[in-house]
Design a protein around this ligand. Structure first.
Ligand code: AFP
Length: 323
């Protein structure tokens, strides 16, 4: 089985970018070790702090954030970083080529129940037209990501990565400590009979998504003419991993639950990297009105509605918004 670095070299990836990816993955191995230790690691449960978005931080969230941040700031390829757990951007090495954004632990409500969680990351070229410590470094459309990936800490630790080409899947070989290529190119089937949405939000949904989901639930008796099944991980990274593996549609639409927060998922370090991975695996990733990868961000913690997965099913869902 091929190791990660030779595979990236074969893909023509720049040496500096390879070094940067390896730094993120070194941090991921530390996190994977602690996740695998569970309660024995002594870092389950919550801290008393809240992050910028008013969410209680889990201890493991804080540890994972610190680990990745420290390792990235030690890396001379990183000009600035942004994290779900940091209020503002953090400046790195002056004139370094890349900027990195990450969600250190996506799905943190799964930490204490031994469910799947993951680290999501994205890399862009640093901008020379704005200062190193300006949030505008990150005001770049998702289509300009030079690398997107996640590490899923599930029963196996898996890395899913794209550097612009196919979305490849690697598995952490715990005995030797390296990521080995286990799927050359993920290929999301364009049709599906599986959907993922948090149905508890139904009363807050807009009419378009209400009607779409109602039609799925009608199954073979409704206009879709086929039966659908539902899955929900409470960790986007887990849901998208399933979709990358066997197809499906993932929806986190806008809703009326909180007028100050019309959407839940973060553009920079959740929607964009996962959108790139889905699109490069022949899937489709949209908001309710356009491609996720076309959005010009105006805030590092900006939130967007997300509809992604099997191409034909995403298009069917979007048609409800066009009627
Ligand atoms: P965290 O990044 O705070 O762990 O949130 C995870 C998440 O944003 C996303 O991964 C899930 O799809 C979503 O929350 C689940 O939220 P609900 O199940 O509460 O709707």
């Amino acid at each position: 089985m091929q190791r990660l670095t030779p595979r990236l070299r074969k893909d023509g990836v720049d040496l500096e970018l390879i070094m940067l990816i390896r730094t993120i993955l070194a941090a991921s191995k530390e996190i994977a070790f602690r996740v695998n230790q569970g309660a024995l690691s002594g870092i389950l449960g919550s801290t008393l702090d809240e992050n910028i978005q008013g969410e209680t931080q889990k201890k493991l969230d804080v540890v994972a954030n610190q680990l990745i941040k420290d390792m990235l700031l030690d890396n001379e390829q990183v000009r600035a970083l942004a994290s779900e757990e940091e209020d503002t951007i953090v400046a790195g090495t002056e004139n370094a080529p890349y900027i990195v954004a990450f969600d250190p632990l996506d799905g943190s409500s799964n930490i204490d129940i031994n469910g799947s969680i993951g680290t999501i990351f994205t890399i862009y070229n640093a901008r020379n037209d704005v200062p190193n410590d300006s949030p505008e470094q990150f005001h770049q459309r998702g289509k300009y990501q030079v690398c997107a990936g996640y590490v899923l800490y599930g029963p196996a630790t898996m890395l899913v990565l794209s550097t612009g080409g196919p979305t490849r899947c690697y598995t952490l070989d715990a005995t030797h400590g390296g990521y080995l290529l286990t799927t050359e190119a993920l290929d999301i089937p364009s049709e599906t009979q599986e959907y993922a949405i948090n149905g508890a939000n139904q009363r807050f949904w807009h009419t378009e998504i209400k009607q779409y989901i109602a039609d799925l639930i009608q199954g073979e008796e409704g206009i879709r003419g086929k039966r659908f099944n539902m899955r929900w991980n409470a960790a986007m990274v887990g849901d998208v991993h399933r979709i990358l593996t066997r197809g499906g549609i993932f929806c986190y639409p806008s809703d009326t639950k909180d007028p100050n927060q019309p959407a839940k998922l973060r553009l920079l370090y959740e929607a964009n990297p996962l959108a790139m991975l889905v699109e490069n695996a022949n899937g489709k990733a949209c908001t309710e009105t356009g491609d996720i990868l076309d959005i010009l961000p105006h805030d590092i913690h900006q939130r967007v509605p997300v509809i992604m997965g099997s191409r034909n099913e995403v298009e069917t869902c979007l048609n409800y918004y066009k009627q």
